[in-house]
Design a protein around this ligand. Sequence first.
Ligand SMILES: NC(=O)c1ccc[n+]([C@@H]2O[C@H](COP(=O)([O-])OP(=O)(O)OC[C@H]3O[C@@H](n4cnc5c(N)ncnc54)[C@H](OP(=O)(O)O)[C@@H]3O)[C@@H](O)[C@H]2O)c1
Length: 276
Amino acid sequence: MKRAFLLAGSASYTLSPAMHNAAFRALGARAHYEALALAAAELPEAVARLRDPGCLGANVTIPHKLAVVPLLDTLSEAARATGAVNTIVNRGGALEGHNTDAAGFMRALKEDGGYDPAGQEVVLLGAGGSARAVAYALLRSGVARLAVYNRTLERAHALARALGPYGELEVLSPAQLKGRVRSAALLVNTTSVGLSGVQEGASPLPEDALPRAMVCDIIYRPPQTTLLKRASAAGLAVQNGLPMLVYQGAEALTLWTGLPAPVAVMRAAAEAALAA
Ligand SMILES: NC(=O)c1ccc[n+]([C@@H]2O[C@H](COP(=O)([O-])OP(=O)(O)OC[C@H]3O[C@@H](n4cnc5c(N)ncnc54)[C@H](OP(=O)(O)O)[C@@H]3O)[C@@H](O)[C@H]2O)c1
């Protein structure tokens, strides 16, 4: 039996075990996925154990996505660009770091949202770990103009500097935010404002600020944040974070097994775990 793990700070609310174990069953793979709750001090030993021949690799989530980077042997371009790893692959004892959040976000936007951001003006809210993956994916997709707004402005400047090699990212001041959101076609929220149990019901934007075409919120719990409800009521296209979660998982599964991921099975398992 092969093993794959989630290296997390807390394992209580994750959908990943349900999603990956359903996928392994559908593929007939003798493999099992398990979430591990690790303190920062436990991370190096847990990562070292991934080199075992019986281990396929791992996913990595809050708060370990940055801290694992120096513990790995090689990084994919997306992992290097974002400075964050959400997937580790064990290749014969050598550990590769990947960031499948970036590709997962873009596949979700294009395939499920039916939206191609190439040539469009986009505003990104947030400058945390997931914002880096989303900004990288948007810059690579050929957006015409990308602006970022974050509560802590210095963090937005740091994101713009880090992704400088991939394109220009303009940092918005609080005074610029509303006007730029209104002129943008797409708005993506990567802040945790609106997240269930944290700030449910809150919105990261003033009520009268919406873009022209689409709002994407990478939160999936609750399925419809206040931001998405407002956008929907205003007749805009909306998308939550579940498709991104499924596609980042699908890409990780393919990296571990070399097999096409059973995306429909993974989505159904994630939806069932979310509803439970
Ligand atoms: N769908 C998916 O597959 C997926 C994947 C990853 C993450 N996510 C979701 O994305 C969200 C962010 O995750 P992350 O890993 O990027 O977290 P993170 O690195 O901790 O970043 C959190 C972001 O939210 C902002 N924020 C938090 N509280 C705020 C408040 N009260 N007002 C304004 N801004 C606030 C932070 O701003 P400051 O810099 O000012 O603190 C920062 O930009 C979470 O809701 C997570 O569930 C979804």
